[in-house]
Design a protein. Structure first.
Length: 262
C-alpha cells in the first residue's frame, strides 16, 4: 500500500496542478479561439488543451513513472501502480456557451482504487480535497453529505438520455415521483461536490467516463456518502454507470434502477 508520504506528495502536486489549470480556465472564460468536434456532440477547445498540458507537465516533473489517463491526451505508461486521472475542463459545453458551471478534476488511483481526489471550481475559488480515509474538505473546511431522505432529495440526473432513451426515461419517470426536484448541470464535478457538501442528495450517471467521476466519487465517500455501480458494488476506475448519494437514499435508488423493465 502507498505510504502517507507518497500520498501527501501526490496530493500536493494534484492541488497545485488543479489551481494552475483553473487559473487558465478563469482567465480565458469567454475567450475561446478554437473548438474541435471530437465525436458526436463531444467538443474540445484550445483552453481544454492548455489546461491539460499544465497538469500533465506538472505530474511528469515530479512523478515521471506514474501512469496518466486524461480526457484530452493519449494514454501514458500504464506500468505503474499509480494512475493520475485528469479532466482539465469538466463542463466543456457549459464553458463554450459562457455558462459558469465548470471545473478541474484531478484524481490519483492506486491499483484501480481512487485514493486522492481534487476538484477546483475556478470562478468561485472552491478547492475540494479528498484523500482515502482522511475526509473531504472545501477550502480546508471539512464537508459532509446531507441527512435528507428521498422525498426531500435533490437529484442530479444524466443528461445523455438520447444514448439510451428507453431505460433512462423509464427510471427518470419513476424517480420523478420519489424526489423533491431534479437537476441536470452538465458538469459532474459540480454535482458531485454539491452532494459531498450536502446541497444535493444523489447523482445517477449512465455514460460518464472515469475522468469525469474519479475525483468526485471519492469526495462523496469521504464526506460520508456512498458511491457504487448500478449493482451496488464498490466503484473503481473501470466502472461504467454509477450512483453517488448521501447514503440514506442509496438503496431505494438502486432498487428502482434494477427493477424489471416494464
Amino acid at each position: 500500500m502507498p505510504t502517507d508520504k507518497d500520498l501527501d506528495k501526490r496530493r500536493e502536486v494534484a492541488i497545485k496542478a488543479s489551481l494552475e489549470a483553473g487559473k487558465i480556465l478563469k482567465n480565458n472564460f469567454g475567450k475561446i479561439s478554437h473548438i474541435k468536434m471530437k465525436s458526436d456532440r463531444n467538443l474540445v477547445t484550445d483552453i481544454d488543451l492548455k489546461a491539460d498540458k499544465v497538469i500533465t507537465e506538472k505530474i511528469r516533473k515530479y512523478f515521471s513513472s506514474d501512469n496518466i489517463l486524461s480526457e484530452e491526451s493519449s494514454l501514458s505508461n500504464f506500468e505503474s501502480d499509480y494512475t493520475w486521472i485528469i479532466d482539465p475542463l469538466d463542463g466543456t459545453h457549459n464553458y463554450i456557451h459562457n455558462i459558469d458551471i465548470f471545473g478541474v478534476s484531478v484524481a490519483v488511483a492506486y491499483k484501480d482504487e481512487g485514493i486522492i481526489g481534487i476538484i477546483y471550481m475556478p470562478l468561485t475559488n472552491e478547492l475540494y480535497v479528498a484523500q482515502k480515509d482522511k475526509g473531504a474538505f472545501c477550502n480546508n473546511k471539512r464537508i459532509q453529505v446531507s441527512d435528507r431522505d428521498i422525498k426531500n432529495a435533490t437529484m442530479v440526473y444524466d443528461s445523455s438520455i438520447r444514448l439510451d432513451k428507453e431505460s433512462m426515461l423509464k427510471n427518470l419517470s419513476v424517480l420523478t415521483d420519489k424526489v423533491f426536484n431534479i437537476r441536470m448541470l452538465g458538469c459532474t464535478v459540480r454535482s458531485l461536490s454539491y452532494i459531498a457538501e450536502g446541497k444535493a442528495e444523489m447523482e445517477i450517471e449512465y455514460n460518464d467516463e472515469v475522468w469525469d467521476y474519479a475525483a468526485g466519487l471519492l469526495l462523496v465517500e469521504e464526506a460520508g456518502g456512498l458511491s457504487t455501480d448500478f449493482k451496488g458494488n464498490k466503484w473503481n476506475i473501470k466502472t461504467k454507470g454509477y450512483i453517488a448519494s448521501n447514503k440514506i437514499v442509496h438503496q431505494e435508488v438502486l432498487d428502482i434502477i434494477n427493477s424489471p423493465k416494464s
